[in-house]
Design a protein around this ligand. Structure first.
Ligand SMILES: Cc1cc2nc3c(=O)[nH]c(=O)nc-3n(C[C@H](O)[C@H](O)[C@H](O)COP(=O)(O)OP(=O)(O)OC[C@H]3O[C@@H](n4cnc5c(N)ncnc54)[C@H](O)[C@@H]3O)c2cc1C
Length: 302
C-alpha cells in the first residue's frame, strides 16, 4: 500500500522518541512514515515511573495511547516492520524493510534506542526491569528501605552504593569477584554499614522475576529484594553507522545541538544518542529533533 511512496520524513523507531517526533511533525503538516519493529527496551518492566501524567502506567499502555493520539494527524502513517537497509543521502533517502518494501524520504530520524546486553547469569533476564533495575529514579521509590543489592565493582560499584543509600540503609555491594575498590572506598562503605560480597554469582533465584536470593558458586546464598546494575549496551540498529554517522567513545550516536548526526539529513533522538535514559528525556529529544527537521525542510524550500 505504501510501497515506493515518498515522505518528507521517515522515522525509524516508533516508541517514545519516535512517536513524540511524529506528533511534532504531524502538527507541522509534514508527511511522515513511522516504521517500528515493536521492541522497546523497557517492554518487560511492569510499570513506568517518573513521567508526569503517566506515572505507574505500563509501557505498552503508554505506547498505545501515544499512537492513538499521533495517528489522529492525517499526514502521519505507521508501519509495523523492521528496517534493514537505508541508502542515499540528504533529500533523497531510500528505506528498505525486511519484507522488501521501499520508501523514500527527504529526512531521516532514527529513534531506534539501544539494546541492553544481559550477562550470562541464570535468572538475570527474567528479573530484568522487575527486580534487576538500572535506574534509581525510575524504580528506587518502589524499593525504598528494601534489602537492596548493587551489582558492580570499582568506581561504579562505589558510586551506586552512595546513590542508593538515599533510598535504603540496607545495602550490599556484590562485586562478583575480587573487589576493585580502593581502601578508602571500602572504609567509607563499611562506615555506612554496606557489606561487600566478593563471591562469584552463579544465579538469581526468583519468582516471576521477583528476586529472592543471589546464589553463589560456593552454593551459599544471600536474600535480597532487588539489585541495581549497569548493563553494557549496543545500538539497537547499526544502520546509522553504516550510513556514516559517527559514534561517541561511549557508543552513542554523535549529535549536534539540533539532534542532527554527523551526516546531513540524518537525525537521531532518544536512548541511541544519550547517556540520560528516561521516557521523558526520549520524548523531549524526539520533539526537539522534529522541530529541527521541520526547520531544515522549510529552509530548503523557502
Ligand atoms: C527495564 C527498563 C525499565 C525502564 N523504566 C523506566 C521508567 O520507569 N521510567 C523512565 O522514565 N524510563 C525508564 N526506562 C528508560 C526508557 O525506557 C528509555 O529511556 C526509553 O524507552 C527510550 O525510548 P526510545 O524511543 O529512545 O527507545 P525504545 O523505547 O527502546 O524504542 C526503540 C524502538 O525502535 C524500534 N527499532 C529499532 N531498530 C529498528 C529498525 N531497524 N526498524 C524498525 N524499528 C526499529 C524498536 O523496535 C523500538 O520500538 C527504562 C528502561 C529499561 C531498559
Amino acid at each position: 500500500m505504501y510501497n515506493n511512496k515518498e515522505y518528507d520524513v521517515i522515522i525509524i523507531g516508533g516508541s517514545y522518541a519516535g512517536l513524540s517526533a511524529a506528533m511534532t511533525l504531524g502538527r507541522s503538516l509534514r508527511n511522515v512514515l513511522v516504521i517500528d519493529s515493536g521492541k522497546p527496551c523497557n517492554a518487560q518492566t511492569p510499570h513506568t515511573h517518573n513521567v508526569i501524567t503517566l506515572d505507574g502506567e505500563t509501557p505498552a499502555s503508554i505506547i498505545e495511547k501515544a499512537k492513538e493520539q499521533v495517528l489522529k494527524y492525517e499526514t502521519i502513517h505507521f508501519y509495523n516492520g523492521l528496517v534493514n537497509e537505508v541508502r542515499g543521502n540528504n533529500k533523497a533517502f531510500e528505506v528498505y524493510t525486511a519484507t522488501g518494501e521501499m520508501f523514500k524520504c527527504s529526512k531521516l530520524l532514527f529513534a531506534t534506542g539501544i539494546n541492553d546486553i544481559i550477562p550470562d547469569i541464570e535468572g538475570y533476564a527474567e528479573c530484568w526491569g522487575i527486580s534487576v533495575l538500572h535506574c534509581p529514579y525510575c524504580h528506587g521509590y518502589e524499593v525504598q528501605n528494601a534489602n537492596i543489592g548493587i551489582l558492580g565493582n570499582g568506581e561504579f560499584g562505589f558510586e551506586q552504593c552512595k546513590m542508593l543509600s538515599n533510598w535504603s540503609k540496607t545495602i550490599t555491594l556484590f562485586t562478583n569477584g575480587k573487589s576493585e575498590l580502593s581502601p578508602d572506598q571500602s572504609a567509607k562503605l563499611k562506615n555506612h554499614n554496606i557489606e561487600i560480597v566478593e563471591k562469584e554469582i552463579h544465579s538469581l533465584r526468583h519468582s516471576n522475576g521477583q528476586l529472592k536470593e543471589i546464589v553463589f558458586f560456593d552454593r551459599s546464598a544471600k536474600e535480597i529484594d532487588a539489585i541495581f546494575v549497569r548493563t553494557n549496551f549496543k545500538q539497537h540498529s547499526n544502520i546509522p553507522q553504516t550510513m556514516g554517522c559517527r559514534l561517541t567513545d561511549e557508543g552513542y550516536i554523535f549529535i549536534e545541538d539540533s539532534q542532527q548526526t554527523s551526516v546531513e539529513g540524518i537525525y537521531v533522538a532518544g536512548d541511541n544518542c544519550t547517556f540520560y535514559r528516561a521516557v521523558s528525556g526520549a520524548m523531549a529529544a524526539g520533539t526537539k529533533a522534529a522541530a529541527f527537521i521541520n526547520k531544515a525542510l522549510i529552509e530548503e524550500s523557502f
